[in-house]
Design a protein around this ligand. Sequence first.
Ligand SMILES: Nc1ncnc2c1ncn2[C@@H]1O[C@H](COP(=O)(O)OP(=O)(O)OP(=O)(O)O)[C@@H](O)[C@H]1O
Length: 735
Amino acid sequence: MPSRSISATVLVPAPAPIVSSLAPAAPLGHQNKTTRIFPPLVAAGAGAGFSLFITLSVCFCKFSRKRSSPPAENASSSPRKSSPREFSYSSLRRATASFSPANRLGQGGFGVVFRGTISGGENVAVKVMDSGSLQGEGEFQNELFFAAKLDSPHVVPVIGFSHDRKRRRLLLVYKLMDNGNLQDALLHRRCPELMDWNRRFLVAVNVADGIKHLHSLEPPVIHGDIKPSNVLLDDLFSAKIADFGLARLKPEQVEITVAPERDGDGSMVEEVESVITTVTGYEDCNFGLVDQSPESVAKVPGSVSASPETTTFVSVSPEMGEKTDEDGGSVVVTRKGKETESKDWWWKQESNVERGKVKEYVMQWIGSEVKKERPSRNDWIEATALSSLSSKKLEKKTSKRLEWWLSLEEEDEKKKRKKRRMVREWWKDEYRRELANKKKKKKKTSLEAEFCSDDGSSSVSQWRRGSGSGSSIDWWLDGSPEYCNLENNVSEKCDVYSYGVLLLVLISGRRPLEMTGSASEIQRANLMSWARKLARRGKLLDLVDQKLQNLDQEQAVLCIKVALLCLQRLPISRPSMKEALGMLKGEVNLPELPTEFSPSPPLKTGKRSTADQVNGAVNYIEYLQRNIKDISSKRDDLVLLSGRSFGSSNEQDWNQISNHTVIIRPCLVGIEIVFSVLQTPFSSVLKVLREHGLCVLGCISSSVNDRLIHTLRAEVNDLALIDLADIKDTLTLMK
Ligand SMILES: Nc1ncnc2c1ncn2[C@@H]1O[C@H](COP(=O)(O)OP(=O)(O)OP(=O)(O)O)[C@@H](O)[C@H]1O
């Protein structure tokens, strides 16, 4: 300790003249001496002060010029001025007290992150990847690649990197963000600072600003993993985006057009039809993977660059890889660019022009020696294959530890990739199907579970899986729908969707999936569904964190509306990040919320009393029972009217609906009338129902999609769009 203070005195000497002038008056006995030496001291002091002033002014001018000049808006070519620098491994070990557990800040997919102080006293966060793996290396490269390109006050700066060949460690050095990640600060530590609305709003704006910066680069950068744990807070709680391990440059655009199909009679089937067919099936899980608008042409980014003539067939449905959709309609993707075969997006990224540049920094540590050790991916795979083919030979060559290492790496990578996929591809069909099956099994015992999501995307079992674990799964349960099709369809709009989730989390101060257990809480379990429900009921403020202080209600409602716009299923419907930020700042007018989110008009039941309504319903049910023999309703007091089979994700049901105009049958909660909107105009169904004295309550929103709502709205002006919870309430009332 004493030696430190000594060196501090030596290193930072106080300017003598200034100190002299500020020093207390000398004792009288020394006055003459002091008077004699005073004029030269003053002169020297003035000189030193002046030169210090000049130096500071020059520095300030340079700094402010740098700040005021627009950031380099080119993600692929113009590197940031201060590129990440290389640290020696030992310096980082010293900085983190030998990676002491006491300095551990957190753990991510890439490795453990430690707090440290580098020479010069700067506080840093050091991310350590324990063992070399393809994925880790990919993330490492990515982080460095983007670190050199991104220059925004809302992106966590990467200061440098290091590697330790002996221990096979890759290290990244970031500026330390004193208040850690947003998820932790908001949901676990519940930082008092974040209980102030203004601070939270600022975080929302900071993150939007950061994402906007990424998207405004040329080519745009897609972060791909926006979530609260990837938003870090500095000492002033200003938010910065971190973790560019999954980021990518936006690839060239691909156009999707719907190929005309020949009908049975040889005539051309309308392009629009095949699109609609796909759309109607997406209520369960086939969310808008591409712009499925009837206009039939959607722009979807692809990561390719081949001859413009290259055409590839892909399916619109999430079962990518199939060449046609269910009805045989096919979608032609015209790709402008070279075909890439790899499924891992970051290999694709490497396959474009940037390939060489991505490795720019990594080459520094790879060097010629490491290059020998760590061949390219192809060599790697070949070597691994080789090692398994002639394992005996290789075993003998104990000096060649490389192959052994490589095969280990491959194993390691496979495991890690598998693990990652579980998280990232949660939206994929297989998982959803698995969930649907689980849901079916639980149906009888947990009817309420069906009420927890308006799109069937969530169930209690799903929630349990994600809750409390702090895993990424929570964040992706209602993730951007096009993540189903990560390879071909990723765009800036994925980030916009994720931002929508993050915004809701910020406003509500809760996780996307959370449930206290009581039945009344079930409909709030899924934050996104709940927000949509509240929007329909016109009660958006219910979503706001009760513990917030200094709440600006208008701003809070604005934020929720922006979030809902960002959460639209069709990417094309979501605003750009620039627009979203503009809306938050009040610079861009907020567009009308889509119909699916707008409050339902009050039930229009004419002048009929509740008793009349009940009578009408009972009469109608009696009519049904008289006329339709096979109805053995579980509860006669309940009629559901829906555009498709409620509570059933059964393919057969859907086919049945397509083949029959209307089917009436017992269902989970009573009698269900199912009809195909495409084949039966809703108004005629409504007419029949009304003729039979049924007071039509409305259409169940959990069973309708945007398109259906538009159709219904166009046909029936006074239709009330109600959700399951409302139906439940109404029926309780009717009883
Ligand atoms: N620069 C930093 N300053 C302060 N804390 C940091 C910094 N970087 C990371 N951390 C902490 O370390 C944790 C792990 O970070 P990391 O980026 O490795 O993983 P993650 O983003 O949480 O997870 P994943 O990589 O799986 O998405 C962060 O959540 C954060 O709490």
